[in-house]
Design a protein around this ligand. Sequence first.
Ligand SMILES: Nc1nc2c(c(=O)[nH]1)N[C@H]1C(S)=C(S)[C@@H](COP(=O)(O)OP(=O)(O)OC[C@H]3O[C@@H](n4cnc5c(=O)[nH]c(N)nc54)[C@H](O)[C@@H]3O)O[C@H]1N2
Ligand SMILES: Nc1nc2c(c(=O)[nH]1)N[C@H]1C(S)=C(S)[C@@H](COP(=O)(O)OP(=O)(O)OC[C@H]3O[C@@H](n4cnc5c(=O)[nH]c(N)nc54)[C@H](O)[C@@H]3O)O[C@H]1N2
Ligand code: SF4
Ligand SMILES: [Mo]
Length: 707
Amino acid sequence: MTQFVVKPGVKNLKHDGEKLITTHCCYCGMQCGMHIRVNKKSGKVVGVEPRYDWPVTMGKMCPKGVTAYQTVDHPERIKKPLIKKNGEFVESSWEEALDLIENNYKKLQAEHGKNALSVFGGVSMTNEKCYLVGKYARVALGTRYVDYNGRFCMSSAAGGFMKTLGIDRGSTLPWPELEHTDCFFMAGTNTAECHPTTIQWLWRARDKGAKMIVADPRETPTARIADVHLDLKAGTDSALANGMLHLLIREGYVDETYVNERCNNYAGLKEAVKLFTPEYTSELTGVATEKIIKAAHIYGQSPRSVVMFARGVEQQNKGVDNVALYTSMALLRGQIGKFASGVATFTGQGNGQGGREHGQKADALPGYRKIDNPEHVKYVAGVWGIKPEEMPEAGVSAYEMFDEIQNGNIRSMHVICSNPAVSAPNNHYIWDSFKKLDFMVVSDFFLSETAEFADVVLPTTTWAEDEGTTTNLEGRVIRIRKVREPLGESKTDWEIMQLIAERMGKGKFFPYKNVPEIYEEFRIASKGGKADYYGITYDRIEKEDGVFWPCPDEDHPGTPTMFRESFGTPDGKANLPAVLWQEPGEVPTEDYPHTLTTGRVVFHYLSGTQTRRTQFLMEKCPEPYVEMHPELASQYAFLDGDNVYLETRRGNMKVKAKITKAIRKDHVFIPYHWGKELSVNKLTNPSLDPTSRMPEFKVCAVKLRKA
Ligand SMILES: Nc1nc2c(c(=O)[nH]1)N[C@H]1C(S)=C(S)[C@@H](COP(=O)(O)OP(=O)(O)OC[C@H]3O[C@@H](n4cnc5c(=O)[nH]c(N)nc54)[C@H](O)[C@@H]3O)O[C@H]1N2
Ligand SMILES: Nc1nc2c(c(=O)[nH]1)N[C@H]1C(S)=C(S)[C@@H](COP(=O)(O)OP(=O)(O)OC[C@H]3O[C@@H](n4cnc5c(=O)[nH]c(N)nc54)[C@H](O)[C@@H]3O)O[C@H]1N2
Ligand code: SF4
Ligand SMILES: [Mo]
């Protein structure tokens, strides 16, 4: 394979016999601008060039982005449908695979009703496809059971933003403004490894004197460059944030005018945070009192500040409260709706923002509409051409779908663009649930750990083989371009949903000849909703380097900065929360004396199906490991590289020790990008947030011994 050559400063490098196609990376929410190099003769993807004139990432890319192209022509791509016969997959024709799906779906629905079928989606797909997943489940299959992997990713951020600000757009400001920010308060985000191309903006701001505060149980590459590292115990963010709010009030850092004019419940918040003195906060979080006070002064004194967070604070059974509290720091300082300041969650997956707005969620319809709101149902039913009473009711969240499998309500699942056999918590339960299904379908371009459980695997295209739009972490809607024709007999996800819809007698609701036709319908479906894309056309995206939603009509400029005048709540005011202290779902006990937290490394992406197939990335990081402090290691006489056996109430695993001072003495950390015996999710706790239904991936109690 052609190796990537980095040539900083060289713009749009041309290679003989090749064409460059302008698009964005398929992996994280940064959606870095890139040009894919295609050999004109063979049509094959041979490399990548960074896009220096993309305003968000300015030519920067990370090790995953520069190797992403290698998945397109990868030898392990699935090129024909696979059907399991006597426990082995055999290649089949599309006819045979679709016949099998049709027969099984119709039989199951006749015996058990329409809700016997379910769909589990994902947001590494374009807006057009994510939009269709919700419609496919509800119109083609007629089932209420649809949810998606964003439930494991962005749902607590969404819940927290809805609660406080009334609209869930990941960032209230555009990224290039970060250069002019004076202070970054960053909680539970390992930006340097997970959104690496953001770091250039932080460096530019740092050059002008900006300060950085990082709250993380580990001294990550992000924490290492901070002015203050708040090394809290996992699962104690609500205490830390309450402590910060306490100090902002006590030290007179509140923008009283802003709070009085633009926020509700200041009195309630004030009362609730009274308790959280620096001393009490320190006791709960394990962070030194002086550090908490120093952080509050730095944040409180900065004229322009941004509060940023990610899964570290969200993947807890109080994720929604955590988000609401951290967001309130920005509200008390009067920072939201202004230049170079505000609040942002780091959107995880490539289309984690757009994919959560348009109806893949169990209770949501396009445009961030709600399925339990009769007006919303009426509007979307009108766009879809069905009767409102034909719209199924709300389903259940991603993890809870597995409960429905266990109790026999769900008999079949179509997994589209996700690998829950690795990425869902409490893996043993997930594997057992897949085995219980009467019939299982997976759409993927690689044989993932989840696909191995399926009865039928449908080969889809990669991001480079289809066009469409995604919405990046700023809320900017951008264009993904088709780079080459689908490999082998693979088909796009929208064609597959369309084919199954036809088999289910619902073809007339899926009449699309191409992606722009889906986009046109989608634009209308979102019209008038909170996430309004109606004014965003392909032409405009092209001309304007993307357009920020909400954008209600074609003359509207789009909304780079949110909430300038008012918030998205019914009265236009932000809601300040009053949150009491609660422990995480599991705390250390005599039997399970330490805390296990999980997350990512720069070289791998999510369940790893793509990055574990990329040679360069595997050379850099071939296997998982358990990070632990030298003092904890010496307690067990572990040496670096020793095999460690870990056990929680749900499962166990064996991994090598990586001894480092960059983690709390009472915590261990394991990255989650591997499957089967190497999957840390055999150990994690599926304790769910009461509103977002997000599992607590970030905290559980664990015991260790030498393996
Ligand atoms: N390299 C790489 N980049 C990615 C991805 C990837 O898989 N690999 N995935 C993308 C996706 S989908 C997502 S969601 C994002 C995730 O991006 P991040 O959320 O930044 O990544 P994580 O490693 O999951 O968690 C961030 C940090 O939270 C810390 N943490 C753990 N528990 C707690 C806690 O209780 N409180 C606080 N304050 N911090 C805690 C961890 O130590 C970790 O450093 O990254 C995106 N980018
Ligand atoms: N322990 C622990 N577990 C976690 C997390 C954690 O921090 N700790 N983080 C959680 C988070 S934030 C996330 S986002 C989830 C993600 O977890 P998953 O949803 O499992 O994400 P991926 O690994 O990206 O799986 C996507 C699958 O779809 C395929 N795919 C990619 N693009 C397409 C496409 O366009 N169409 C189709 N049909 N298939 C495609 C890929 O090959 C891959 O097999 O994991 C969660 N699990
Ligand atoms: S930062 Fe994210 S979008 Fe950019 S190259 Fe890396 S993985 Fe791709
Ligand atoms: Mo995510």
